[in-house]
Design a protein. Structure first.
Length: 532
């Protein structure tokens, strides 16, 4: 963690340290494997519970079609590379499956550290990785059937039939039985009873899946997916997380124990090839598919960059192949090294490439295609507001302006939001607000106020700095995530900087004081004092 890496990497290194291929203490592989099975169950149950099917549906065709196409193309690519390397068809298939997945955990860590989770590429990358997770259900069923029978005919259809029967039992239970069970357990107000219920659902569903010939891990993932739609999903996840963190660590330790460092050193070019396939080839493939949906350069490049790594499911599929005897120790070690290497590179690559993407984006010409309500001289003579970013914050600002009849121009890079605004007749410029060419189209010379509502802190600084130079008398209000960021924006010329958590605490304090009988004027004075 102190090195800025995912804990997954640390667990794998710990497994290497106690594995049979390194000197020193050798761990008991049987005990670790037994505990690792529990780890996989809780890990995938928690992942499933944190996936929002409603959010996935809202993303629409981009994540569903784009993610599905990327998974299929990556599997085909992996199969081709594995065949060229002389691997068996099964090993080549498993390689493609391992390459196809990306970790939402790593994405959240890398983007969260930079305040980019609420950006267009952040939302798209998370939804895309969710589609990859869901594709794993089909991949594990198919690969397990093929590995067991050696063909894709009768046994595959039998395996798919069992999976469908299991879903026919699980889906009604997940939609109607599980919520009622958790409601009843929550009504007892006993955390111990609720905790036992969570553990029972996770392990019980996993055991039930095994009776239908489905892996324990896959059954737990499906149960979590359905539980995630209930009102108590956050409490369920909260209770499952300690078990996930404890036992999942042992799963990655068990994976590390299977890696032979000597083999990696002897086959370094092959290991680097695997890292290159995941980081470069998959990243470029995601970017190309994203570009086909009409996204801008910044979203296209950063979405590909965010997904250019491997996931928990990648290790799981590699381990499934090794357990089934479908892949040899050589191939297994190469897959694990490639997957772990991509996770190690995720954070430094993002930090190195993002500034380059921003510089390229600023040099691009603006898409100044306004809506039918083109802000011409009529708007120029009125009090005009410019809103940079039309997410949750920008949308509220725009709604308030519309209700009072004020004209405003929006700068937004999300193609879906741009289409919706133009359909409503709102003046909108599609592009990155940090691009000076885009800002030049926004009539800053006649604007009454500039509202900077984009979540990217670096972009906010660029917009504020250029907005102040473009119009020295222009009032600028911007959002920030910390006091340090607020001071930096003030130095760059922002008139008012709103720190989200500060305003949240002030509003809660104001409400609390009013309920305790403090007058409105005194409450407002206290709020101003806290703000300053």
């Amino acid at each position: 963690m102190r090195l800025g890496q995912s804990p997954i990497v640390g667990y794998i290194v710990a497994g290497l340290a106690i594995g049979p291929f390194t000197p020193g203490v050798v761990g008991d592989a049987q005990i670790v494997d037994a505990l690792a099975e529990l780890g996989v169950v809780f890990l995938l149950f928690a992942i499933g519970a944190q996936i929002s099917i409603r959010d996935l549906l809202r993303v629409g065709a981009v994540a569903a079609i784009g993610g599905g196409a990327q998974v299929l193309l990556t599997i085909g690519l992996g199969f081709g590379v594995g065949t060229l390397l002389g691997w068996t068809p099964l090993e080549a298939l498993f390689l493609g499956a391992v390459l196809s997945n990306s970790s939402s955990t790593v994405i959240a860590k890398v983007l969260g550290e930079r305040g980019e989770m609420d950006t267009e590429h952040g939302r798209l990358a998370i939804a895309w990785s969710t589609v990859q997770d869901l594709s794993t259900i089909i991949l594990i069923v198919i690969l397990t059937a093929v590995s067991t029978t050696g063909n894709v005919d009768e046994e595959l259809f039998v395996a798919m039939g069992r999976a469908l029967v299991f879903l026919a039992v699980l889906v009604p239970a997940g939609l109607w039985v599980f919520p009622r069970v958790f409601e009843a357990l929550a009504a007892t107000r006993s955390r111990e009873i609720f905790l036992l219920g969570v553990v029972g659902v996770a392990l019980g569903t996993a055991l039930g899946a095994s009776l239908f010939g489905i892996s324990l891990a896959l059954g737990a993932f499906l149960a979590g997916l359905l539980v995630g739609e209930s009102d108590l999903s956050h409490q369920v996840v909260g209770e499952a997380l300690p078990f996930r963190d404890l036992f999942a660590g042992l799963f990655f330790v068990s994976v590390g124990m299977l890696v032979d460092p000597g083999f990696v050193v002897q086959n370094l070019p092959l290991a680097l090839l695997m890292v290159g396939l995941i980081v470069v080839v998959k990243g470029v493939l995601v970017s190309v598919i994203t570009a086909l949906f009409g996204f801008g350069l910044r979203t296209t490049a950063l979405t590909g960059l965010a997904l250019a790594q491997s996931a928990e499911f990648s290790f799981l599929m590699a381990r499934v192949g090794e357990d089934l005897g479908a892949i040899g120790s050589t191939v297994f070690s190469v897959m694990l090294v490639g997957a772990a290497g991509s996770i190690v590179l995720a954070s430094p690559l993002h930090g190195a490439v993002t500034p380059l993407v921003r510089r390229l984006e600023r040099r691009r010409p603006a898409d100044a295609g306004f809506a039918a309500g083109d802000p011409g001289e009529r708007e120029a003579r009125r009090r005009l507001a410019v809103i940079c970013g039309f997410g949750r914050v920008g949308h509220l600002i725009g709604t308030a302006l519309e209700r009072r009849g004020f004209a405003y121009i929006v700068i937004e890079e999300d193609a879906r939001i741009v289409r919706e605004l133009r359909a409503r007749g709102v003046a909108v410029i599609r592009g990155t607000a940090a691009n000076r060419n885009v800002l030049d189209q926004a009539r800053l010379d006649v604007a009454a106020v500039l509202a900077v509502a984009v979540p990217d802190p670096v972009a906010v600084r660029t917009i504020v700095e250029y907005g102040r130079r473009a119009n020295p008398r222009l009032p600028i209000v911007a959002r920030a995530h910390s006091a340090t960021e607020r001071e930096a924006l003030r130095r760059l010329g922002a008139t008012l900087v709103v720190v989200g958590e500060t305003e949240l605490s002030i509003q809660m304090t104001r409400y609390t004081l009013r309920r305790l009988g403090i007058s409105a004027s005194e409450t407002e004075a206290i709020a101003q004092g806290l703000r300053h």
